[in-house]
Design a protein around this ligand. Sequence first.
Ligand SMILES: [Zn+2]
Length: 453
Amino acid sequence: MRKITAVAALLITLPFFGQTKADSLLFSRIADEMLTHGKAYEDLRDLTKNIGHRLSGSEAYEKSVIWAQKKLLEAGADKIWLQKVKVPVWVRGEETLQVKTDNGKWRKIRFLSLGNSEGTGGKDLVGEIIVVKSKAEFDQLTPAQVKDKIVLFNYAFNQKFISTGQAYGDAGVYRRSAASWVAEKGGKAAIIRSLTSAFDDVPHTGLMRYDNPLKKIPAAAIGAKTADEIENLVKNHKITVKLNSNCTMKGEKDSFSVFGELTGKKDKSVIVVGGHLDSWDVGEGASDDGAGIVQSIEVLRTFKNLGIANNHTIRVVCFANEENGVRGGNTYAKVAEDINEKHLFAIESDGGGFTPRGIALEMEESKRAMIRSWAPLFEPYGVHNFSLQYSGTDVEPMHAKMNVPTAELVPDSQRYFDIHHTEEDTFEKVNRRELLLGAVTMAQIIYMIDKNW
Ligand SMILES: [Zn+2]
């Protein structure tokens, strides 16, 4: 019995090991090349220090469109072009938030208006603040209790989730919807505790939206410390806050996603590797998502430098407008569907340039099983998690519309939400080797898919 099992196991694994030797050699050639000659880290320095943050619709974003074309050319792309994308133009402008302390003096507190929020038109908006811990607690309040108030939602990240992405998903509804809830009950403004795993006082911006276009009240985020402080203060005092902000939506404009590709040697079916070129309008957009952009370009450069003959077209996509609209991702999927362009696979890196741990897979089970059977090849690189079932925000529309197998690089998540959408998202927070290892993982999975699908 024991013997039969061993033989059966050998028969099952033989075909795998048959291809494994060559594949594992190629895997290490990719890693050697990137870790010794990779340009992703210097590319990221260039993007973050010479352009900086680049909200879509801004002048900086247009500079990054030119930058990405130049980098793709240097990396050796056969073909580089732009896809027109209509993007919203949201501007922040000057903004202040103050709290009136016991001695009657106004004290400025750190905050950021949430992205796509309307401001106060430069006028002071003054009101008493009330604090709730959760949506359930807010639902207990009557409209009379909320009317003319400024509501603070002090809902913290759930520290028990090991994946901070899960905590982000859990708390995300407050950022998206708090202003709509408060407006519905007649409140003046909504403030949220920032979506962060840290216990510092750094405010995090990010996308919000209005359910009712006729009730657009300001939405803002404060750091965790200040949120806790205000929650304590209101227990014994009536606390007044004063918001003055100029953020507003200024219509739409034409912008671009940037593509660069290595044409397929056998056929023209497409494998996409990408990130989003836009960022929020604070910090440098280094981890979110300069990292994904420079890693994707690194993949192309490495295929070219190692002379790996790709059967199918490998297309780097630098998506426009992930942060405040996903117009780039949606336009890409729509055009691909319209022209019936065959896509084999699409992967995005948008979880920061941290040590890769796995690849999330959104696809039918047979394809997922095939990728899982390659796990031993990834093991030496510390990449082992192939069980998550989702994909990057910009590639997911391809899955939804055309059933393209889509994926997202899964880096270690512990530090990402300390800096996500903040002034702290800078080049200095990115480690060269971790960033490059993420690019190694993406090149390796693309190599396997290009060869086997
Ligand atoms: Zn992102």
